[in-house]
Design a protein around this ligand. Structure first.
Ligand SMILES: NC(=O)C1=CN([C@@H]2O[C@H](COP(=O)(O)OP(=O)(O)OC[C@H]3O[C@@H](n4cnc5c(N)ncnc54)[C@H](OP(=O)(O)O)[C@@H]3O)[C@@H](O)[C@H]2O)[C@@H](O)CC1
Ligand SMILES: [K+]
Length: 538
């Protein structure tokens, strides 16, 4: 499985090698991997390295050291390279290597440029670094073929400060406003992003590629930081065996393939999982239709629908496979018919549907709790088999109801903290919808999935996800074994994979296209194709 690790975990894994005096070896492996990735990018853009220009923004620590060594490597291959020093110190050996390879050294205002600075780095040198203002720093970057962001890595605490913040702030404006801004390659993590939480404090550059060492850092899996990271490439540096368990997992195609349910030869519709759906309302019948079609498409053995007679009529006109029950819920009584799992809340409104949701929740089976039913889950519920599926705004409302004031923007800015608080307060599993879908349950590993496409942000898409998750939950609940702490989070992560991939199929991206608009119905229709698509392991 792909996993993401905290800065402390990576530091601990590096410790034995550092104690054995291998720090320089680790850095040379990291810098070499970074240089190779940058060369590849330059070749894609210009065909060759000759005449190309690379600039690195260089901080005071080892992240800056990686950038300096990578520039030295690029200089030896004919690339014209410059380092822009943004702090009062720089990695001494890296700086010496860059100078020896013929690289230029520029420093920002507030960064010493005179002999006292150089004497700290290189007592023999009579060369001064050239002072540049923020404006010239921006121009130098804009003329480059690639900008390497090597200001802060796993040693970052808080956002960029001082000269670095001024330069990155100005570059971020240029990047936002200028089509021809060169691609940015982030060294280990985008500077300004907290490596453990993905939170962004202050200015930050959007990278096309992040080259990260030993393993992905948690920030590369967590919004909003992950959105600044672009594509992520992991460069092994020889400490990977010591990393231990990741803090966040990501199901890859192979694992998703192994987890996707398949019917057994002697199975029947009941052993394949019966899903009870309380969704939609007279006001929003479409949510019920989408949820039921997605559940059928994701392989539920049978779908029972519970709701108003008018919605039952709509469903049966389009989906004759669904067994509909229009009776109202009697307090304290089970809804009729056996099910292995529930999908509750998508598009529900009115007391009748909420009573049905309450009755279903009281029955003890696992359930997807979406939209209108989220209000039914309170503090200390302590049922990991309930999977809540809020978006950022709904999670903010849930947390506020549980006792801490949050708004949507705060959830988006601190998504891991928000998710963790919801899980800890309620004791249920939570799937936070978004470009990176985050999942956590009270026990076991959390997940971050990024399988979809921006085209999925369309009305009804959440109802389809809820239907897929409901069907997978019913199938997981009726399957033998796999009764471990992590099963609920794993099912939720798998649903995110299926939904995301169905979106990429419906948008044409899975077949190599550039993407096209889709409807939630298109996504539901593409769900069964995921079983084939995932077999190719792409
Ligand atoms: N260890 C190894 O063997 C290997 C490490 N590798 C590489 O090293 C990177 C980690 O290096 P690192 O530990 O030197 O930290 P790094 O991120 O460069 O920060 C440096 C200093 O910046 C400062 N600082 C902090 N926050 C700040 C802020 N907001 N604004 C301004 N300054 C701030 C803070 O100093 P302080 O301010 O506390 O004096 C901090 O000490 C890692 O990401 C990878 O790229 C690879 O080569 C593989 C081998
Ligand atoms: K960086």
């Amino acid at each position: 499985m792909n996993g993401a690790y905290s800065a402390d975990q990576v530091r601990a894994a590096e410790r034995p090698a550092l104690d054995a005096g291998m720090g320089a070896v680790l850095m040379s492996r990291a810098a070499f991997g970074l240089a190779v990735a940058v060369q590849r990018l330059i070749r894609q853009r210009r065909g060759g390295l000759y005449g190309a220009r690379a600039v690195a923004l260089v901080g005071k620590g080892n992240n800056g050291g990686d950038g300096l060594w990578a520039l030295a490597n690029l200089a030896r291959r004919g690339v014209a390279v410059s380092a822009v020093l943004v702090d009062r110190e720089a990695h001494a050996e890296g700086l010496a290597a860059l100078r020896a390879a013929g690289g230029h050294v520029l420093s920002l205002p507030g960064v010493p440029t005179g002999r006292e600075y150089l004497s700290f780095q290189d007592p023999q040198s009579d060369r001064y670094s050239r002072p540049v203002g923020v404006g010239e720093g921006v121009e130098v970057c804009c003329r480059a073929d690639v900008v390497i962001d090597a200001i802060l890595g796993t040693g970052a605490r808080g956002g960029l400060r001082g000269p670095a913040a001024s330069l990155v702030g100005a570059l971020a404006l240029a990047q936002a406003g200028q089509d021809g801004f060169p691609p940015v390659v982030a060294c280990d993590v985008p500077s300004g992003v907290d490596p453990d939480t993905g939170e962004i404090h202050g200015p930050v550059l959007y990278a096309e590629l992040t080259v990260t060492f030993a393993a992905a850092k948690a920030a590369l899996f967590l919004p909003p930081g992950a959105r600044c990271a672009g594509r992520v490439e992991v460069v092994p540096i020889g400490v990977e065996e010591s990393l231990g368990e990741p803090v966040l997992g990501r199901l890859d195609a192979g694992e998703a393939r192994a987890l996707l349910p398949r019917p057994s030869a002697d199975g029947h519709k009941y052993t394949r999982g019966v899903l009870g759906v309380v969704a939609g309302s007279e006001e929003y019948p479409g949510a019920a239709l989408l949820a039921c079609s997605a559940a059928l498409a994701a392989g539920a053995g049978m779908v029972r629908y519970y709701g108003p007679a008018s919605v039952c009529a709509v469903i049966n006109a389009v989906l004759p496979e669904v067994v509909c029950h229009s009776g109202t819920a009697v307090p304290e009584k089970r809804l009729p018919g056996r099910v292995q799992a529930w999908l509750l809340g998508s598009g529900v409104s009115g007391d009748e549907q909420l009573d049905r949701c309450r009755a279903a929740l009281g029955s003890g089976e696992p359930a997807v709790v979406d939209a209108g039913a989220l209000d039914l889950v309170g503090p200390g519920t302590d049922r990991p088999e309930l999977i809540l599926t809020p978006h950022a705004g709904e999670l903010a409302l849930l947390l506020s109801r549980l006792g801490t004031e949050w708004n949507r923007e705060e959830v988006e800015a601190r998504s891991l903290a928000a998710l963790s608080e919801a899980v800890e307060s309620t004791g249920v599993t939570v799937l936070l919808k978004g470009p990176q879908t985050l999942v956590r349950s009270p026990g076991g590993l959390g997940y971050s999935q990024a399988d979809g496409t921006p085209w999925l942000a369309t009305a009804g898409s959440g109802d389809v996800l809820a239907g897929v998750l409901g069907a997978l939950l019913a199938q997981a609940a009726s399957a033998e074994g796999a009764d471990d702490d992590g099963r609920w989070a794993r099912v939720a992560a798998l649903a995110a994979v299926v939904h995301g991939r169905a979106g990429r199929i419906a948008s044409g991206e899975a077949a190599g296209g550039v993407g096209r608009p889709l409807t939630a119905r298109d996504v539901a229709a593409a769900v069964p194709l995921v079983w084939d698509d995932i077999r190719t392991g792409r």
